[in-house]
Design a protein around this ligand. Structure first.
Ligand code: WT7
Length: 659
């Protein structure tokens, strides 16, 4: 059996973990790692029970670890009760951590605000009391559409405190995306800001929420709470709209956390799949919290005096696990940044690391690649110009990091003394799955190395049999783990079909191709489905196609990814218009119109980099669009594959010349 996934060249350079980390890290040395793996393999349930008992605060202890009776709808710690916000905040009260800075917030313009754990707890309680006072309660769903801010963390934590399920929509997404998600979750509450500031630009948020609500279908939304960030003018709907500062005024800074079952949904976060609209990935309170905390301690070696900085937005899962929950549960100081890495110049990240003495830095390969380019062309923004001595660990997430970017990051940011921690995981996995450990793992640039203790990752063929080392196959997780996706909100059938296909022996199918090398290291080879990865953001080709065909001028569209040096992949769209095929200036004008249209329908990240017009698309006789061939055309390469099943082979020439 073969999966059709070929093997790739792997790097052979090896970089050893620094001695002091090997001695002093929370998991110390390969022996420490192996001991945990052995414990987990011997008796997985006992392992997961021990971790949950020792690391979470339970209001009612669990007696059962894993309920598999309705697999793959696994329930972790099903009869245990706890509260996520209490595990991030209340547990630090009365300990030295209460006076520690929880968040160092740096605004777009450089202004810095600090908040201690005690003060953050008070702010979360006040806001929770406010939404409770408005009548919102456990089990309801809230849409959060906010800029990176202390308030965004407060909003998420306040929901968690009351057992309200939050669904954060990335601030770069359109009103249509908000609408789609609000309808799908049946939201009753929305939390937003007047606008966000990014790279000195002001981008309206409340307007987009108004537009979304005006589209109809979200009549269940009774309140929209708006945080005044930019002071811009907003429309006001009396009775529905409230200011953040008004609702918290006079609220008590004590709000008892609501205990929920461990499998009560903590949040729903939408992510792209190969077909249809984005899926609402549902995560459970207990398991998610456990793994976001454990991975802070293990992968990032979190210690009380760390200054942790994850650059991800709370609109993505990375911002859930490694901004809102993990760092607070671990009791470290973290940096939250409102702006963009290139404003006021491309040295912003390095200057912030210097200023805040960041010890653990976590960002995406796309950021590294673009900052590399800028630093190499402008020495004033080169990391050399900044004091980065505080760093001890540097991480990467979102897509495979190519060896060149890895080595640049290792040398220029980590000064060859900080391990590059390349973490493989997904929205669905909740937290890290395959990753080096800073005091354990010899590093190979481009490999996410080895699975975490308890994570049974493998590369298999089409019937779930492990493939040989050095051969490509499907990346699967063979045993359930606590922070795994519980279901797709409102679509359990799609959940089963997508992640647990019957031919794969009940294994979780990640949707990535991978291979292992002779040392058992994992090398991720990219998605096996119609999912693109643009700057570390997941996009379904179908979503972009649907947006394009929704335009009155468009008859048909096919979207593929083309490898790109900076963004990983770039969106290339092949479009057939109603009526004549445009040429010359007209083609340029129509392409611009369509790109703006996609930005409005989905968000700027989905904008096609290139649009090519044709009279038709390459199709099989049964009418299936051959995206495989379009990928070759998009790369500008000659099509050498077999085209005998094509109905209209000549179309390939037309599309190749349509640049
Ligand atoms: C997909 C998941 C994990 C949070 C951010 C993205 C790709 C992610 C890596 C990595 C190679 C990676 C995979 C995965 N991916 N991290 N370290 N090496 N590929 O979450 O939006 O759910 O995307 O991102 O293709 O399936 P996401």
């Amino acid at each position: 059996m073969t999966t059709g996934i070929e093997s790739i060249l792997v790097e052979n350079r090896v970089f050893m973990p620094p001695e002091d980390l090997v001695k002093h890290a929370n998991i110390s040395g390969m022996d420490g790692y192996r001991a945990l793996c052995d414990e987990a393999n011997r008796d997985p349930n006992a392992f997961w029970a021990r971790l949950a008992r020792e690391n979470l605060v339970w209001t009612k202890p669990f007696t059962q670890v894993l309920d598999e009776s309705n697999a793959p709808f696994y329930k972790w710690y099903p009869d245990g009760e706890l509260n996520a916000s209490a595990n991030c905040l209340d547990k630090h009260l009365g300990t030295p951590t209460e006076n520690l800075t929880a968040i160092i917030f740096e605004a777009d313009d450089g202004q810095v605000t600090r908040v201690t754990y005690k003060a953050l707890h008070a702010r979360v309680c006040q806001f929770a009391n406010a939404i409770k006072g408005l009548g919102h309660k456990k089990g309801e769903r809230a849409i959060i559409y906010m800029p990176m801010s202390i308030e965004a963390v407060v909003a998420m934590q306040a929901c968690a405190r009351l057992g309200i399920i939050h669904s954060v929509v990335f601030g770069g997404f359109s009103s249509k995306s908000i609408h789609e998600r609000a309808v799908d979750v049946g939201a009753t509450l929305m939390i937003t800001a007047d606008a966000q500031l990014r790279g000195s630009k002001t981008i309206a948020l409340k307007d987009a929420v108004d537009e979304a609500l005006a589209m109809g279908g979200c009549e269940a939304v009774t309140h929209v709470i708006t945080y005044k960030r930019a002071g811009t003018a907003v429309q006001w709907h009396e009775g529905r709209d409230l200011w953040w500062h008004d609702v918290i005024a006079g609220q008590s800074s004590d709000c008892p956390p609501v205990s929920v079952n461990a499998d009560h949904p903590l949040f729903i976060l939408y992510t792209s799949g190969s077909t249809g609209k984005p899926k609402g990935v549902q995560h459970a309170t207990g398991g998610f919290l456990l793994w976001s905390l454990m991975t802070m301690r293990w992968t990032f070696d979190a210690k009380p005096d760390d200054v942790f900085w994850c650059t991800a937005d709370v609109g993505w899962v990375t911002g859930h696990s490694y901004v809102t929950y993990g760092p607070l549960a671990a009791g470290v100081t973290q940096v939250v940044f409102e702006g963009v890495p290139t404003y006021p110049n491309a040295g912003r990240f390095w200057s912030m690391i210097e200023q805040h003495k960041v010890t653990v830095f976590y960002t995406a390969p796309t950021a590294i690649r673009s900052l590399t380019k800028l630093a190499e062309s402008d020495p004033t923004v080169h990391p050399d110009r900044y004091n980065l001595d505080s760093l001890r660990i540097i991480g990467s997430v979102g897509e495979p990091i190519n060896p060149e970017a890895w080595v640049w990051y290792y040398k220029n940011v980590g000064h060859e003394r900080c391990p590059v921690i390349d973490t493989w995981w997904q929205t669905e996995t909740g937290a890290h799955m395959i990753t080096p450990l800073p005091g354990v793992t010899p590093l190979k640039p481009g490999s996410c190395t080895l699975p975490l203790p308890g994570i049974d990752a493998a590369v298999v063929d089409e019937v779930g049999e492990e493939v040989e080392r050095g051969k490509g196959g499907f990346l699967v997780i063979r045993r359930p783990w606590p922070s795994m996706i519980c279901t797709i909100w409102g679509d359990p059938e799609r959940f089963k079909k997508t992640y647990f296909p019957p031919e794969l022996k009940g294994y979780y199918l990640a949707g990535d191709g991978a291979q292992r090398d002779k040392d058992d290291y994992f090398w991720i080879m990219g998605r096996i489905d119609d999912v693109l990865n643009v700057s570390g953001h997941r996009l379904g080709t179908m979503e972009v196609e649907s947006a394009l065909v929704a335009h009155p001028m468009v008859a048909e569209a096919a979207v593929v990814g083309r490898p790109d040096d900076t963004t990983g992949e770039a969106v290339v769209a092949f479009v057939v218009l109603n009526g004549a095929m445009p040429e010359g200036d007209q083609a340029i004008a129509v392409a611009k119109q369509l790109r703006d249209w996609v930005a409005k329908e989905i968000g700027p990240i989905a904008k096609p980099r290139e649009i090519r017009f044709g009279e038709n698309l390459p199709k099989t006789r049964s009418g299936k669009i051959m995206r495989r061939l379009l990928r070759v055309v998009a790369k500008g390469e000659p099509v050498t594959q077999d085209v005998s099943t094509l109905e209209n082979p000549a179309i390939l020439d037309q599309l190749s010349q349509a640049r």
